[in-house]
Design a protein. Structure first.
Length: 415
């Protein structure tokens, strides 16, 4: 690869010299986190795309950029679909993102470690010509809507009291209460999906990185949580619950995590999730086994207790798996039905894709991630979402502070 060309430009140059029709190309590339995303940003590519999705795994070895929308599937059947948090919810704000038709690419760019792959799935000359255009990215400058934040904090604390009453009465064992943070643009130009990705997806930490754009709507998620991962043989899932801050060094990190494990409230919260995830798989007549228990999951600003569960898959559909597992007590509550009854009333907003199943199908695996640490640009405002799990012993200020820590993925660099 020449020094003055990026991997993506090189592979598109190969495409120009190839025969027309459905085709694919592969070249060697550096094995770098967010290589595709960073090269798109650096070269100002794909700024006019109306529909696309971007995805990267926590180990940074798999990266996908799907451009356009086609009814012709890719050779590896790559697609993405975002399900609603609750099928009872309806909101025009989320309509495009939660479309019932999966988003499949016209043009697909994939990085598998050191190999970059380009596939033309739908040979539309006009569309391909548009891909050759570069468009500089205009930076977005965001400011927190302080008036909205003040009202939201008041609402959250009032909702916390209602939730604790139900917990003390034994009607609920756990419930996740979420809140919003609204950001305002301090610039006049339109929001660019590449700028949102640069602002919010290039952060450190062991998280899935996901963005979907449908017309003016942009959903972005930097989520640590996997609802399930499906191969031809196995299904694996995890329980993530229990939260503490990161330390200033590895020793303090470990001390904080050990304190977390010894906190009855936090361990109880985690074990509720473990129990229900295991129960969900058993309802599908699977025989799950825990392969990791009570390990630290370290993110940029916080760490969680994480346990991993695995079972031999016997052909259940995506819908069956989602119904059995979603929402886990990590994002909903327990008992599930009671928590889902109270959450919309207490939160006062539609979750949409927040904490919802996000499907990304690849050649090797199907990922069902959970849309946490997420935000929605709806053409007028950017709303960010975070939640925390309430059990008996929770305190309002501690739970609010936990959501603040989770939102630092988005707000740490805001002035």
């Amino acid at each position: 690869m020449s020094d003055n060309q990026t991997s993506i430009k090189n592979i598109f140059n190969e495409m120009k010299n190839a025969q027309k029709g459905r085709r694919e190309f592969r070249i060697q590339c550096p094995n770098k986190p967010q290589l595709i995303l960073n090269e798109v940003i650096k070269d100002g590519l794909f700024g006019d795309m109306k529909e696309l999705f971007y995805f990267e795994t926590p180990d940074a070895q798999k990266e996908i950029l799907s451009l356009g929308s086609s009814t012709k599937p890719s050779m590896d059947l790559i697609f993405s679909q975002v399900y609603p948090f609750s099928t009872q919810e309806k909101s025009a704000q989320w309509e495009e993102i939660l479309a019932k038709t999966p988003l499949a690419p016209k043009v697909l760019i994939t990085r598998d470690a050191e190999e970059l792959y380009l596939e033309i799935c739908d040979d539309n000359p006009t569309f391909l010509k548009e891909l050759e255009k570069s468009k500089p990215i205009q930076d977005n400058h965001w400011q927190i809507d302080e008036v909205f934040s003040k009202d939201e904090k008041k609402r959250y604390f009032e909702s916390f009291d209602k939730a604790m009453e139900k917990l003390s009465q034994g009607e609920l064992e756990k419930v996740v209460l979420a809140r919003r943070l609204r950001l305002k643009k301090s610039t006049d130009h339109a929001v660019d999906w590449r700028s949102l990705a640069e602002n919010f997806l290039t952060k450190p930490g062991q998280s899935f990185r996901y963005l979907m754009k449908k017309d003016e709507k942009i959903f972005v998620s930097l989520t640590p949580e996997l609802l399930f991962e499906l191969t031809e043989e196995d299904i694996s899932t995890q329980a993530i619950a229990g939260t503490c801050s990161r330390g200033k060094d590895s020793q303090e990190d470990q001390e904080l995590f050990e304190k977390l494990l010894n906190d009855p409230k936090e361990k109880n919260e985690h074990d509720i999730v473990r129990r229900e995830v295991e129960t969900g798989l058993k309802k599908l007549n699977l025989s799950p086994k825990w392969v990791e228990s009570h390990r630290p999951l370290k993110l940029a600003h916080i760490q969680h207790i994480s346990s991993k569960l695995k079972a031999e898959w016997s052909g259940q559909s995506l819908e069956d798996l989602i119904t059995a597992l979603h929402p886990t007590p990590a994002v909903g509550g327990y008992p599930k039905d009671k928590a889902l009854e109270y959450i919309p009333e207490w939160e006062g907003f539609t979750r949409g894709a927040y904490a919802a199943p996000v499907i990304v199908n690849t050649a090797e695996k199907t990922y069902a991630i959970v849309g946490l640490r997420s935000g929605l640009w709806d053409g007028e405002k950017l709303e960010l979402y975070a939640g925390s799990g309430l059990v008996q012993g929770s305190t309002a200020q501690n739970e609010w502070d936990e959501t603040e820590s989770k939102l630092k993925n988005f707000t740490a660099e805001l002035k």
